[in-house]
Structures are given as structure tokens and as C-alpha cells.
Design a protein. Structure first.
Lengths: 114, 113
């Protein structure tokens, strides 16, 4: 158990819908990261927050948004869903920023868009 | 931005043999290079990392080497075991507040018993 909690574990929805993925970081970790894992695409970086502030952004679609709340949990909102958004979405947390230590990944939220 | 590439995409070795997985990166300013292992259906987990001020680091059966001039780093696994079968991701970043950790696409290692 990494200490990072992601909900829901599985989600099936239809095209055009909107979903929210939730992440609770390890106790004490200030950084939260979101990654998308599709078949043969590895771990695609979406966005990173540090202590409530957005710090780095990857190839995140405009239909996607995220935020980190004062209690440090984070939510990833995916809207106008398309078939290609089906993927495993990982949240990770770390005490500091990238390069300062290990990222601890949650178990992931598997999104299926039908 | 940083681009991390891994080759080959799959690797199969006999149990007991050594495995070497190579990665290249594009940004010469990158100074932190971790390796993550993802077993089937599980989350990625850090197995070893190296910083740019070190050329090699070992931890039991695994080691990582870094060549900053050529901008590549490699994961070495000796005396491979079936439980080493997994997807291995290399990554690179510049340590700092606004940096991001960029992962390669992963290499699937299969260890044949």
C-alpha cells in the first residue's frame, strides 16, 4: 500500500459525459501528479500541483481540468468524454517536487468510455 | 520539452541471465533519472534512481549507469528471476519546483524460467 488513495477504481461511462477522479495523497506529501496510461503509450504526464498551486502542465487536453484543494487532495475532471479517453489514470504524490524523491502512485482509476 | 525514449520495447531473457534496458533523454539540463517497475495490474513503483553527479549506483541485483555526454542511462539486472518480469519505465526530470517527471513508454521484460 503506497498510502495514495484513488477513487473510483473503475468507471464506465458514455461519450459526451463528464467524470471526476479523486486522489488523496500520502500524509505529509505536498505534491500531487496526474498521469494517463493508455496501451503502448506509457505514462503520459498530465498536470502537477504543489501545496495547492499548479506547478507544471503536460499534454493535458482542454476538456480536462484539475485542482488541488487546501486539504491537499486533488480532483481530475474529464468532460465531453471521447472513446480515446479510455485509459488508466494514475495519481501520484511526493513530499517535494520532481527530482527530490520518490513518486508514490495510487492504484489508478480505470476509465472506460463506451 | 524533455523526450525520453526506451529501446527495445520488449526484452526476453532466460532466468539467471542479465538484462540491460537502455534509455535516452533529450534535455541536457535533466539531472534526476529514476526507474519504475510496474507489475501486471499493479501501480508503478520506484526501484532505483540516479542523479547527474553520480555515474553509477547499485542496489543488490540492480544497477543504473548514466552517461551524461551521450545523454543515456541504463538499468542492469543481474541473475534475473521470474519475479523480475514486469514493465520497466525510465524517467527524467530537472530537480526544481516547476519541473515535471517525463517517462519513457516502458519496456516489457519477460524472464523465462
Amino acid at each position: 500500500d503506497s498510502g495514495v488513495t484513488q477513487t473510483p477504481k473503475h468507471l464506465i461511462t458514455a461519450t459526451g459525459q463528464r467524470v471526476t477522479l479523486r486522489c488523496s495523497p500520502r500524509s505529509g506529501d505536498l505534491s500531487v501528479y496526474w498521469y494517463q496510461q493508455s496501451l503502448d503509450q506509457g505514462l503520459q504526464f498530465l498536470i502537477q500541483y504543489y501545496n495547492g498551486e499548479e506547478r507544471a502542465k503536460g499534454n493535458i487536453l482542454e476538456r480536462f481540468s484539475a485542482q488541488q484543494f487546501p486539504d491537499l487532495h486533488s480532483e481530475l475532471n474529464l468532460s465531453s468524454l471521447e472513446l480515446g479517453d479510455s485509459a488508466l489514470y494514475f495519481c501520484a504524490s511526493s513530499l517535494g517536487t520532481p527530482g527530490t524523491g520518490e513518486l508514490f502512485f495510487g492504484e489508478g482509476s480505470r476509465l472506460t468510455v463506451l | 520539452g524533455e523526450n525520453v525514449e526506451q529501446h527495445p520495447s520488449t526484452l526476453s531473457v532466460q532466468e539467471g541471465d542479465s538484462a540491460v534496458i537502455k534509455c535516452t533523454y533529450s534535455d541536457s539540463a535533466s539531472n534526476y533519472f529514476p526507474w519504475y517497475k510496474q507489475e501486471l495490474g499493479k501501480r508503478p513503483q520506484l526501484i532505483i534512481d540516479i542523479r547527474s553527479n553520480v555515474g553509477e549506483k547499485k542496489d543488490q541485483r540492480i544497477a543504473v549507469t548514466l552517461n551524461k555526454t551521450a545523454k543515456h542511462f541504463s538499468l542492469h539486472i543481474t541473475e534475473t528471476q521470474p519475479e523480475d518480469s514486469a514493465v520497466y519505465f525510465c524517467a527524467a526530470s530537472i530537480a526544481g519546483a516547476n519541473s515535471k517527471l517525463t517517462f519513457g513508454k516502458g519496456i516489457t521484460l519477460s524472464v523465462r524460467p
